[in-house]
Design a protein around this ligand. Structure first.
Ligand code: GDP
Length: 413
């Protein structure tokens, strides 16, 4: 597996209160546990956990936080959920490769979700949907699911069905592997075990799995042929088809759970690896339009492929001032860069020297010596680089497509 295939640059987007912060916290908790597995003692005290949570709470507001799951690196780019932050949402959607779209299990798709959905459409961001809060009174997975079709007019495809609901919500039926996942333990329970699908859900699950097969396999002729020959396909083939469908947007995979009670978060992380694209699964980025050619079809412009061997190019997408000085968050599209290297700010046409470089983790900042295509990192020491500027090698001083500001008002009526 190449390095690039082990990176996911994702955003988490949600209507306010749908559970974005809670889900992000849980993701950081589980990825922290798996990352430092050797150091975690049995019976980790609540105080430890609270302390870590507190530190994470701060990191969550960072522009991009890096975590690890099953030997993959997941960069979570902050995408503000509130309507007032539309410009910010727009800015971050530009640099991520995929998104978790959270809706809540009681209200389903809410107006802000619709707005964010259309924005993500504009940048062709592949998405998986997480129906959260299934433990809440009044939660109804199927009703929330229906609002996806009604409000967003999309083909949504469940990959899981809930077992129980509200306070009887105990797990999910995994339709890809056709098994039940039942959670054990309390609030911080990271454990679950596999079981047979409950008898009362079997018919519904069989039907949903058939729909999943029919729709997912339709994007891949080879897989469809295999299915006609054998009457089924193996799990890896099905996953490959779901990923292809999710990336092309033919359908949107839907998972479910409750982040608050830690049910469903680990399978959600697995789904990020299985169904959201690695940087090189995406097309790449176009160079900016030349003056006077802004209306030209973007496809006519040069495409910069995500390639670690190419000349360096990256986009500054957020600037934060803190005790370390000015941190410039950069999404790298091609080539590589070491601390101390010189690059061009091609937007402003001047040179910049890279000082130190960091990746933000849940509880620390990790200094790194090199970044390459697909990465996201915070650079220190840039003198005059603003959000939206391109940094590029002097050997190929491209200017990358700019982020669109301001955001046009989107009519969602
Ligand atoms: P955000 O605005 O999308 O970031 O939402 P938060 O994560 O802050 O959640 C809003 C409120 O809903 C908080 O009080 C959370 O504790 C609560 N919450 C989040 N996820 C769940 C869930 O799965 N179940 C329940 N019952 N409450 C949740």
């Amino acid at each position: 597996m190449s390095e690039l295939s082990k990176i996911r640059n994702i955003g988490i987007t949600a209507h306010i209160d749908a559970g974005k912060t809670t889900t992000t916290e849980r993701i950081l908790y589980y990825t922290g546990v798996s990352h430092r597995i050797g150091e975690v003692h049995e019976g980790n005290t609540t105080t430890d956990y609270m302390e870590q949570e507190r530190e994470r709470g701060i990191t969550i507001t960072s522009a991009a936080v890096t975590c690890e799951w099953k030997e993959h690196r997941i960069n979570i780019i902050d995408t503000p959920g509130h309507i007032d932050f539309n410009i910010e949402v727009n800015r971050s959607l530009r640099v991520l490769d995929g998104a978790i779209f959270i809706i809540e299990g009681v209200a389903g798709v809410q107006p802000q979700s619709e707005t964010n959905w259309r924005l993500a459409d504009r940048y062709n961001v592949p998405r998986i949907i997480f129906i959260n809060k299934l433990d809440r009174t009044g939660a109804d997975f199927y009703r929330a699911f229906d609002t996806l079709k009604e409000k967003l007019d999309i083909v949504a495809l469940p990959l899981q069905l809930p077992i129980g609901i509200e306070d009887t919500f105990i797990g999910v039926v995994d339709l890809v592997e056709m098994k039940a996942i039942i959670w054990e333990g309390g609030e911080l329970g990271a454990k679950f075990h596999d079981e047979e699908i409950p008898a009362d859900l079997l018919e519904r699950a069989t039907e949903a799995r058939q729909l999943l097969l029919d729709t997912a396999l339709s994007v891949d002729n080879e897989a469809m042929e295999e299915y006609f020959e054998k009457g089924d396909v193996d799990v890896d083939t099905l996953k490959r088809c779901i990923k292809a469908g999710a990336i092309s947007g033919v359908f949107r995979p839907v998972l479910c759970g409750t982040a608050f009670k830690n049910k469903g978060v680990q399978p959600l992380l697995d789904a990020v690896l299985d169904y959201l694209p690695a940087p090189d699964d995406r097309e790449g980025i176009r160079v900016a339009a030349e003056e006077g050619h802004e209306d030209e079809d973007p496809k006519l412009r040069r495409l910069i492929k995500v390639d670690p061997k190419g000349n360096f190019s990256g986009l500054a997408f957020k600037i934060i001032n803190d005790k370390y000085g000015t941190l410039t968050f950069v999404r790298v599209y091609s080539g590589s860069l070491k601390s101390g290297d010189q690059v061009m700010n091609t937007t402003k046409d001047h040179k910049e020297r890279i000082g130190r470089m960091f990746q933000m983790h849940a509880d620390k900042r990790a200094e790194i010596k090199e970044v390459q295509a697909g990465d996201i990192a915070a650079f220190v020491g840039l003198k005059d680089t603003s959000t939206g500027d391109t940094l590029a090698s002097a050997d190929d001083p491209v200017i990358l497509e700019r982020m669109a500001f301001p955001v046009p008002v989107i009519d969602i009526s």
